[in-house]
Ligand binder design. Structure first.
Ligand SMILES: [Fe+2]
Length: 268
C-alpha cells in the first residue's frame, strides 16, 4: 500500500494542486492529510474542498481546532488575523448546503488515526498534546534528555508498539529516532535524507512530513511524504510551484498580513 501523506496546506491551494499533480504520477493508493488544511493563507474553502475530494483520512490540526472552538488566545498577531478571516470564510452565512457541509466536516475531524504499526497525528502522539506540541530538534546527533517531550513521545510509541508516527505541525520535514547503539537522538532533516529510505532497526520513528503550503525549512517547494507500508520505505517529495499567484492573493486580501507573501516565497 502506497500512501501519500500531506499536511499543513494552510489555505495554499496552488501548492496543494501542484502536490496532487505529482501524487498522480507516483502510483499512490490513497492520500492522508494530517491537518492545518486552513489558516494563514487566503483559500480555506478551496483547500477544505480539496481534502474532502481527495483524501481518505483528514485529521484535525491546531488551526481547525482553534477556529471551531473559537479560542484564539495563543496565536501570534499574524495567525490571529488570518484565523479571524478563515473563520468568517468558513462559517455558514445562509442555508447554502455546501457551506454547512464544510462547517460540519470541520467539526467531525478526528485527532488521530492508527493503522497496523503506524500512527497519524497532527503534532504529537502524546494525549492532550495531539494538535499542539512541537516535536523539533537540531540537525544531526544530540543527547536525548530523559523526560523531554521527544523522549516521552518515543517511549509512548514504543510502549504502544507503534513503529512509525507521521506528524506535521513544525513545517520542517525530517525523521527523528533514538539510535540505541550510540544512545543519541538523531534528527535527519529532509534535505539530508537519501531517497527512498528504508526504515527498520531504530523504530519507533517520528516522521515529520513537512508542509504543503508553508514550509519553514528555507525551501519554498511544497513537501509531502510517500509511505510504502509493504516495503517499509518512505520518500520525501519536494514540489516547486510558482508562488506569484499566492503572493498576489495575499496582497489583495487586506485581513491577511503581507509578510506571508515573503514567507511563501522563501520558505520561512
Ligand atoms: Fe501548521
Amino acid at each position: 500500500m502506497r500512501t501519500a501523506i500531506i499536511s499543513d496546506i494552510h489555505g495554499n491551494i496552488f501548492a496543494a494542486d501542484a502536490v496532487l499533480a505529482d501524487i498522480r504520477d507516483q502510483s499512490i493508493d490513497r492520500i492522508f492529510c494530517l491537518g492545518d488544511t486552513v489558516g494563514y493563507l487566503p483559500f480555506p474553502r478551496e483547500c477544505l474542498d480539496f481534502v474532502i475530494r481527495n483524501c481518505k483520512i483528514v485529521l484535525r490540526g491546531n488551526h481547525e481546532d482553534w477556529i471551531i472552538r473559537n479560542e484564539l488566545d495563543n496565536f501570534s498577531d499574524v495567525a490571529y488575523d488570518s484565523a479571524i478571516f478563515t473563520r468568517k470564510e468558513l462559517e455558514p452565512h445562509d442555508d447554502l448546503s455546501v457551506e454547512r457541509r464544510r462547517w460540519q466536516f470541520m467539526h467531525t475531524l478526528p485527532y488521530s488515526y492508527t493503522e497496523d504499526e503506524a500512527l497519524y497525528v497532527h503534532a504529537s502522539p502524546r494525549p492532550n498534546l495531539l494538535v499542539s506540541e512541537y516535536l523539533a530538534a537540531d540537525d544531526g546527533e544530540q543527547e536525548l534528555s530523559s523526560g523531554s517531550p521527544i523522549d516521552l513521545a518515543l517511549m509512548l510509541l514504543g510502549k504502544k508498539g507503534i513503529k512509525f508516527c507521521f506528524h506535521g505541525h513544525t513545517h520542517v520535514a525530517g525523521i527523528m529516532y533514538h539510535d540505541k547503539k550510540k544512545d543519541k537522538l538523531i534528527f535527519l532533516p529532509e534535505k539530508n535524507v537519501i531517497l527512498p529510505i528504508r526504515l527498520g532497526e531504530h523504530a519507533p520513528y517520528l516522521i515529520d512530513v513537512g508542509s504543503v503550503g508553508m514550509p519553514r525549512d528555507f525551501n519554498p517547494a511544497a513537501c509531502y511524504v510517500i509511505f510504502d507500508s509493504d516495503k517499509q520505505k518512505i520518500e520525501f517529495r519536494r514540489i516547486a510551484y510558482n508562488p506569484l499567484p499566492m503572493q498576489y492573493a495575499i496582497r489583495n486580501t487586506p485581513q491577511i498580513n503581507e509578510i506571508l507573501a515573503e514567507r511563501v516565497k522563501y520558505g520561512t
